[in-house]
Design a binder for this molecule. Structure first.
Ligand code: IPM
Ligand code: MG
Length: 363
């Protein structure tokens, strides 16, 4: 029996291309694991009306962690147009499988390390090294939305000012949810010798829900006197991260602002080919490259595999395989630093497989 059971979810678009690269790396590094394939993605939405079939959720329940490639997600109306005609009008509604997995398995931490590898021609600066802790289950991602004002809501204070043609999405932050993401960020800072945690919010306008988030993170900060704490409104934060990215260390944010600032931060260190994500709960985690499925590059051996390979690095670390994780990170860093092999996004012409081989050769 293998030591670990890993759910293997390539998805669609370039997902299978970059997970193939991840697999080459895992085999070379010799992780004692069994990889169990699972169905997820656009094909399953079209054919079954569910991009995340129940059998896949069951598979996640029977594994230690998961590696995920990418899936295509579209706006509601575009998705419904593509649904198998036999299923149409039967009440299926497209929701991102990724968002569902995060909520179903309570993977409340979305961890996004954004570290510049020296020699990457796409770096904004070579000394950016920050980590985003995005809350991964609450906020506007709660999925509680209404077209029009529900009768039951009409009696609430202020609702008389809302016109009947309103579309309403509820932003839900809880004290408990804010506390656990704050703790995760401060614990990480302590463990990794980071000096500062910055809380992102818009509490000057969204006073109640963002106010609660900021207030809770601030309270948690008192438990960590060894770590500096500050906060910034999300708009000012975006300017400041571009101006002085080297000043940031650990960033903690509610779901939507975290989604946005983590993309910004990823671009500072090379963009789509370099962003990886750990969706981490108490007992389970799902790792993925942060990029999307880029359907037009599917199967073309063109996508930069580094993001998926860095997701493997995070997975190794989470499993406690820290030596293997460090070796892999060094192999990626050396390959980038040497600069002989560059994928299209890096201004070169190396294929997915060539980049993967270059990294594997240094392992
Ligand atoms: C991300 C993505 C997802 C999100 C999408 C694909 C639903 O942007 O992982 O950041 O909004 O969380
Ligand atoms: Mg995003």
């Amino acid at each position: 029996m293998a030591k670990y059971r890993v759910a293997w979810l390539p998805g669609d678009g370039v997902g299978p291309d970059v997970l193939a690269a991840a697999r080459v790396v895992l085999d070379r590094i010799g992780l004692d694991a069994e990889y169990l394939p699972g169905d997820v993605g656009w094909e399953f939405w079209r054919r079954e009306g569910d991009a995340l079939p129940a059998r896949t959720i069951e598979l996640l329940g029977n594994t230690d962690c998961a590696l995920f490639g990418a899936v295509t997600s579209k706006t509601k109306s575009a998705a419904e147009e593509e649904l198998d005609p036999r299923l149409q009008g039967k009440g299926f509604s497209y929701r991102s499988p990724l968002v569902r997995v995060r909520q179903l398995l309570d993977l409340f931490v979305c961890l996004r390390p954004c570290k510049a590898f020296p020699g990457n021609p796409l770096n904004y600066r070579d000394d950016t090294d920050l980590v985003v802790f995005r809350e991964n289950t609450e906020d506007l991602y709660a999925g509680i939305e209404f077209n029009g004002v529900p009768e039951e809501m009409k009696l609430l204070p202020g609702m008389d000012r809302v016109p009947p043609d309103a579309a309403i999405s509820l932003k839900i932050n809880t004290r408990g949810g804010s506390k656990r993401i704050a703790r995760a960020a401060f614990e990480y800072a302590r463990k990794h010798g980071r000096r500062r945690v910055t809380c992102v919010h818009k509490a000057n306008v969204v006073r109640v829900s963002d106010g609660l988030f900021l207030d809770t993170v601030h309270q948690v900060a008192h438990e960590y006197p060894d770590i500096a704490f500050d906060n910034a409104a999300v708009d000012a934060m975006c300017m400041s991260m571009i101006r002085h990215p080297q000043n940031y260390d650990v960033i903690v944010a509610p779901n939507l602002y975290g989604d946005i600032v983590s993309d910004l931060a990823t671009q500072l260190v090379g963009g789509l080919g370099f962003g990886c994500t750990g969706n981490i709960g108490k007992h389970y985690a799902l790792f993925e490259p942060s990029h999307g499925s880029a359907p037009k590059y599917a199967g073309q051996n063109k996508a930069n595999p580094i993001a998926a390979i860095l997701a493997v690095r995070m997975m190794l670390e989470w499993l406690g395989e820290t030596d293997k994780a460090a070796r892999l990170e060094a192999a990626v860093a050396d390959t980038i630093h040497e600069g002989q092999v560059r994928t299209h996004d890096m201004g070169g012409s190396a294929t997915t497989q060539e980049m993967t081989q270059a990294i594997v050769a240094r392992l």
